[in-house]
Design a protein around this ligand. Structure first.
Ligand SMILES: [Zn+2]
Length: 429
């Protein structure tokens, strides 16, 4: 006998209730003992606040019907078995650590929505063909130790054992912090690698204004941006602000000013998704009556693919060099940081777009300018990401906020996506 249709299985109010619960849990996690401070939300990797969150997340997962384990880098992994034990699991993950003075939803909402998906399936007494594993990573932000995404790198099998010797600002190494959190100080990193998954899925607040501008609750991530960061230096001649005529100056700061505007102009006219940012600048010697002789600034370039990013980098090198030449100042540029683009899996993203459209959304696609655990987990399995609109695009800020209706739409889309993927792998039960 055919089973009831998806839509009849679970009343929308029930999913709305589960979405509200997910939001409430994020807000609960924003206060002590889950925050290092009562005044603001700060929950850094392996602090007592993080381990308190690990504890409550384990309890929520157990309550939702999952078997729960804690891996050697404090990643909580809850498993809801599937009907076909031969299939690898689908991993739904995000992070439960935060930046300093954070918002409640960055990362945490993705974990809570993963748990809500299992609750929804459990309430229906249903299993997907594959198991669902919900992963709560403890270190995405890199707000304590030098390297970010330690936890997801370990699960994806790309973490070097030397990362455990990285130390925080107080000199506490990752291995020491693991010990203080009650975990083995030297876990066997190779054994932490996940044996394999059919896919990795992450729901995350957008942390930008694109969905709000498009009047859409949800968007499908096409790729996590390719990033490059440069150190740029203009070398002029410091001189007396009163005695050096304008025509005889070699002002490093006016050259830098022209360069920064040229970067803005180039990126604004560039291919879709290209963004360039000068985020720090220093001028030496830095006195009101001295013409600046040395200027340093950083350039952060991101694009949906490596080719657009690298073309912009090459073009801007030439533009900046020409500005320096015309102004008769020296110029140097140094590569600081290079992260390739991480494209989402096309067929998973199409399935996700269908799921979003089935809940009334347009299935708009957008790039993720920010990095996420998903870009690390893409080493392990094909990856797809769902973005949820956040007010004003504001994130890494206590003002971070989401609409309950948007979270409910996300949960509906996720449950629909899981059933669609389940249909692909066999009969849902
Ligand atoms: Zn995040």
């Amino acid at each position: 006998m055919p089973g009831p249709s998806r839509e009849q299985v679970l009343a929308p109010e029930t999913l709305d209730d589960l979405a509200h619960l997910a939001v409430r849990r994020c807000l609960d996690l924003a206060r002590p003992p889950y925050s290092e401070s009562p005044e603001e939300l700060t929950r850094r990797y392996l602090t007592p606040a993080h381990m308190a969150a690990v504890d409550i997340v384990q309890r929520w997962m157990t309550h939702a019907g999952m078997t729960v384990r804690l891996d050697g880098l404090a990643t909580v992994i809850g498993r809801y078995a599937g009907s076909n034990p031969d299939l690898p699991p689908l991993i739904i993950g995000s992070h439960i650590d935060t930046v300093r003075n954070a918002g409640a939803f960055d990362g945490n909402l993705g974990v809570m929505l993963g748990i809500a998906c299992v609750q929804a399936l459990g309430q229906q007494g249903r299993r997907l063909p594959f198991a669902l594993e919900i992963a709560a990573f403890g270190d995405e932000e890199g707000s304590r130790f030098p390297q970010a995404m330690l936890a997801s790198r370990a699960l994806a099998g790309s973490l070097a054992a030397s990362a455990l010797d990285g130390a925080d600002a107080r000199g506490v190494r990752v291995c020491d912090a693991l010990g203080a959190a009650g975990l083995p100080t030297r876990p066997d990193i190779a054994s932490l690698k996940h044996p394999g998954a059919i896919a990795y899925f992450e729901a995350h607040i957008e942390q930008g204004p694109v969905l709000e501008a498009a009047d859409q609750a949800l968007g499908i991530v096409t790729a996590i941006a390719a990033q490059r960061r440069f150190a740029c230096r203009f070398h002029g001649t410091a001189g007396h602000a009163g005695t050096t005529p304008m025509a005889l100056r070699h002002d490093a700061l006016t050259a830098a000013a022209e360069a920064i505007l040229a970067i803005e102009t180039y990126c604004a006219a560039g291919p879709d998704g290209l963004v360039g940012t000068v985020g720090t600048i220093t001028a030496e010697p830095g006195a009101p009556n001295v013409i600046p002789g040395e200027v340093f600034f950083t350039l952060d370039l991101r694009a949906p693919n490596n080719a657009d990013r690298d073309e912009a980098a090459d073009a801007l090198r030439v533009v900046l060099r020409n500005i320096a030449k015309r102004r008769e100042v020296g110029f140097s540029i140094e590569d600081l940081h290079n992260l390739p683009a991480c494209p989402s899996d096309d067929s998973l993203s199409d399935l996700l777009a269908d799921a979003v459209r089935s809940t009334g959304g347009s299935g708009v696609r957008l790039m993720s300018g920010a990095g996420h655990d998903a870009m690390v987990m893409a080493d392990l399995a094909p990856m797809a990401m769902l973005f949820i609109r956040c007010a004003g695009g504001i994130s890494h800020n206590p003002a971070e906020s989401v609409e309950p209706g948007d979270v409910a739409a996300a949960l509906r889309a996720m449950v629909s996506f899981l059933h669609r993927l389940g249909d692909h792998y066999g009969v849902n039960q």
